[in-house]
Design a protein around this ligand. Structure first.
Ligand code: 5GP
Length: 393
């Protein structure tokens, strides 16, 4: 119902009955698009409708009108249970924003958004593919509470990839603009712009985690668009948000939803884990930085292993994540840390044991002073090389 209220506040039509007719009998006057303003995929279709002058042909309603994305009625129309979904006047369905956009242009024999110039047309296609294949699957790292984000197990990795893919988009953009492929607005603009609204609004929430390699504290408040977008995308962003009427309209529609997310504290469980680490530095930070020497045993992209200065067994190796990401101790771990912890347990610790020639070994982590934790940077003790008794003291 909240989504319905948002839609109403934006003046999006919400008819009482929207059950599609598969027979075509009693055909409605317009097709139905199931969508809510905050969806960037739905916003792609709305931007196309506004730009191609097709708004009057499509009635936009919330999926809640037929019970929501998980309802039997909705899943019968779109087995993916996702927005947007288009139901034509004859009851035939199309889902996935890209397919819906192309269907609408073909259905209405519109040349809008598909430039005649071969190079611009091909670049537009390329940007659409780039968005759907490389940005779409990981964009959830900007707002989902927990990984995975596409193929990435940590928000940090996914955010880095997002920034890398935006750099690819930058390299494909037309240098003169004002649109992505030149003078005219294309499907690529409808596709990429709503996602840029997400990026510009959400990236600052994760500021220190990725944009700068050195992890230096950012000057606040940051302008994420200015930091992450290259000069072409930045000029494009400025055009779309200050000069392009339909762009500004869609931006405002999306922002109405995103502001509601902000007001409901959507980022509270996100900002504390995986992205921000306000806890004091420890000697393990100094060991990682090389300021305190250590006897290295193991290293990969995720973690570092070194010999304990005060070993309790012939093998006593400490394994620490290379990025603490708020993981001062196991007791504060969240789903954000699952990939890091899983890697340390399932990959790094057995690798250390193997390298040390240990058939039997123990992996321990002390969480909290009452459990004898002395360094508040999560670490696994990998111990072996002698018979180990149980229970530990
Ligand atoms: P905790 O007590 O927090 O579970 O484990 C901390 C571990 O760090 C202890 O086993 C301690 O011996 C080890 N440790 C403390 N200072 C240093 C140091 O400067 N270098 C190394 N390699 N280990 C240290």
């Amino acid at each position: 119902m909240v989504v319905a209220m948002i839609a109403l506040s934006l003046g999006l039509a919400l008819p009482k009955t929207v059950a599609p007719s598969r027979t075509g009998s009693g055909a409605r006057m317009s097709a139905t698009l199931y969508d809510v303003p905050v969806s960037n995929h739905g916003a792609r279709v709305r931007l196309l409708l506004y730009k191609a002058g097709l708004e009057g042909h499509v009635n936009v309603v919330s999926p809640m009108e037929i019970g929501g994305l998980r309802s039997e009625q909705y899943l019968a129309l779109n087995p993916q249970g996702k927005m947007p979904l288009l139901v034509d006047e004859d009851g035939s369905v199309t889902w996935e924003a890209d397919a819906i956009c192309r269907h609408l242009l073909d259905k209405h024999a519109s040349d809008a958004l598909r430039p005649a110039d071969l190079r611009a047309r091909t670049t537009s296609e390329l940007l659409c593919r780039l968005h759907d294949a490389y940005l779409g699957p990981i964009q959830g790292c900007l707002y989902k509470p927990a990984p995975p984000f596409g193929r990435f197990g940590t928000r940090r990795e996914a955010l880095k990839e997002l920034v890398a893919q935006l750099a690819v988009a930058e390299s494909l953009c037309d240098a003169t603009g004002p649109y992505l492929t030149g003078a005219s607005f294309t499907l690529a603009d409808a596709t990429l712009f709503p996602t840029l609204v997400f990026v510009a609004h959400m990236l600052p929430k994760f500021d220190e985690s990725l944009v700068r390699a050195d992890d230096a504290p950012p000057a606040a408040p940051r302008d994420a668009a200015a930091e992450v977008l290259g000069p072409r995308l930045l000029a494009y962003w400025a055009h779309m948000t200050t000069k392009d009427a339909e762009g500004m309209r869609v931006r405002d529609e999306i922002m109405s939803g995103l502001n509601a997310w902000d007001a409901k504290g959507r980022w509270e469980p996100i900002a504390g884990a995986g992205a921000r680490d306000d806890a004091p530095g420890t000697l393990f930070d100094m060991i990682l930085a090389g300021d305190i020497p250590s006897d290295a045993v193991y290293e990969d992209d995720v973690c570092y292993g070194f010999r304990d200065i005060n070993p309790v067994a012939p093998t006593h190796v400490l394994l620490i994540p290379k990025k603490r990401d708020g993981l001062t101790q196991l007791g504060v771990a969240t789903a954000e840390h699952a990939a890091t912890l899983g890697h340390m347990m399932a990959v790094a610790a057995p690798a250390v044991a193997k390298a040390e020639g240990l058939a039997d070994f123990r992996v321990v982590t002390n969480s909290g002073e009452g459990a004898c934790q002395s360094v508040f940077y999560l670490h696994l003790h990998v111990i072996g090389g002698r018979p180990l008794s149980w229970p530990p003291g």
